[in-house]
Design a protein. Structure first.
Length: 406
């Protein structure tokens, strides 16, 4: 399909020429087809899935399981049963930490994460380290915000039994070479989880090619509703892991004192599941497929280039991370000399530009970069050159609004 941004913008009720929405790394706007899929589900197929033998319940089960197949195909998993539905990436990481890591790691072992992880890919590992007596080790980014393959290799000491690392940083936009990281981890006898929250919406992610053990993402960052996320896991690992939550839908047989559990992935989906979220996720992934993930990546690279070049030319502005736009993948995190990021975001809101200010749930990275907080603009394919111009104009006017002479 050739890229017609005006037609695409009409698909999104909250995307219009009044407000430039540049907070897509936090969450994306939803196309009409996703909103309709949710409402259609309640109009045509709502019942408690899995339990019922009547047609409506079968329809709800089908909607849910279709989403699983869609996700598997989208990230090239071998089988739908490799996909566990969760509420979001955070829950997916907690699931692996509380089940795989708690069962397999112990004293003398280490977990390796990067300094550029979202708190969701840090706090669960702090808990495992404290509970199991293992060490949590960090690999730092270099002056360009990157982690090279050589640096990763050097960090992979024999004690490291688990690596959990992002594919694209939510602060710097840097793309990690996770396929190479995965091979190095495996060569050293470690398992690896990829936090693909910021990559799945923007580039082709192929779990077979990466050969990761686990991969996680949130639906809401890829145009799907909030409240649905996915965990990919290798089948033999998922099968060996104990359940995360316990209750209905995940058992085989229950006696007064014990229970046996059903097969993967249902073993990890206790209680009534999120069918409306699954239906919305299917619609969102179909929508992304209808544009093409490679087209999306190309369009976002083009917008990133324009935004990076224009923002770089504004006096007193410093963009964090790489000095090459190609490393930013739609994410521009910046500081303005002498202006607090919260003031920046408030002033930009008065110019009808939506950006995020704060530590972006990455406080250790902020410390590593020597800043308390920053402002972040993040791009989606539905953004336009005009919105980028409006964003840069707004940034350029901030210091004078704060009373600086220049
Ligand atoms: C890299 C990364 N990992 C994890 C998360 C957590 O996502 P969620 O809040 O949807 O669980 C985010 C959210 O911004 C993120 O950017």
């Amino acid at each position: 399909m050739s890229f017609d941004v005006n037609a695409i913008r009409k698909d999104f009720p909250l995307i219009n020429d009044e407000v430039a929405y540049l907070d897509n790394a936090a969450t994306t706007q939803k196309p009409e087809c996703v909103i309709k899929a949710i409402s259609d589900y309640y109009r045509t197929s709502n019942a408690n899935p899995m339990r019922g033998l009547y047609k409506l319940s079968v329809a709800a089960t089908d909607a849910y399981e279709n989403a699983r197949s869609k996700v598997a195909t989208f990230i090239n998993a071998a089988d739908p049963s490799n996909i566990v539905f969760t509420r979001n990436a955070t829950e997916s990481i907690n699931l692996v930490a509380e089940t795989y890591a708690m069962a397999n790691l112990g004293e003398g072992d280490s977990i390796l994460i990067s300094i550029a992880e979202h708190h969701s890919n840090l706090l669960p590992w702090q808990k495992v380290a404290a509970a199991k007596g293992c060490k949590l080790k960090y690999i730092d980014t270099d002056e360009n915000g990157k982690i090279t393959v050589d640096a990763f290799k050097a960090a992979m000491t024999p004690d490291i039994k688990f690596v959990s690392i992002n594919q694209i940083s939510n602060v710097l936009g840097t793309l990690n070479p996770v396929k190479e990281f995965s091979k190095i981890a495996h060569d050293n006898g470690a398992k690896i989880l990829i936090d693909a929250s910021q990559s799945v919406p923007h580039i082709k992610v192929d779990v077979a090619d990466i050969d990761c053990d686990f991969l996680v993402f949130s639906g809401h960052k890829i145009y799907a509703p909030m409240g649905i996320g996915a965990l990919y896991g290798k089948k033999e690992l998922l099968e060996a892991m104990p359940p995360f939550l316990r209750g209905g839908e995940m058992i085989d047989y229950v006696t007064r004192d014990s229970a046996t559990f059903t097969e993967v992935p249902h073993k990890f989906e206790a209680g009534t599941v999120n069918v409306e979220g699954a239906a919305g996720l299917t619609a969102a992934l179909d929508y992304v497929d209808s544009i093409g993930i490679d087209e999306i990546a190309k369009r976002e690279e083009y917008l990133t280039k324009i935004a990076f070049e224009k923002l770089s030319s504004v006096p007193h502005v410093k963009i964090l991370g790489s000095s090459d736009y190609i490393d930013h993948h739609g994410i521009l995190t910046f500081v303005i000399e002498g202006v607090h990021p919260h003031d920046i975001a408030y002033i930009m809101d008065s110019d009808d530009v939506c950006v995020r200010a704060g530590h972006h749930c990455a406080q250790p990275l902020m410390k590593h970069l020597g800043v308390m907080s920053t402002t972040r603009a993040s791009i989606s394919f539905y953004n336009t050159e005009d919105e980028i111009d409006r964003f840069v104009r707004s940034v350029a006017g901030i210091r004078s609004k704060m009373g600086y002479a220049e």
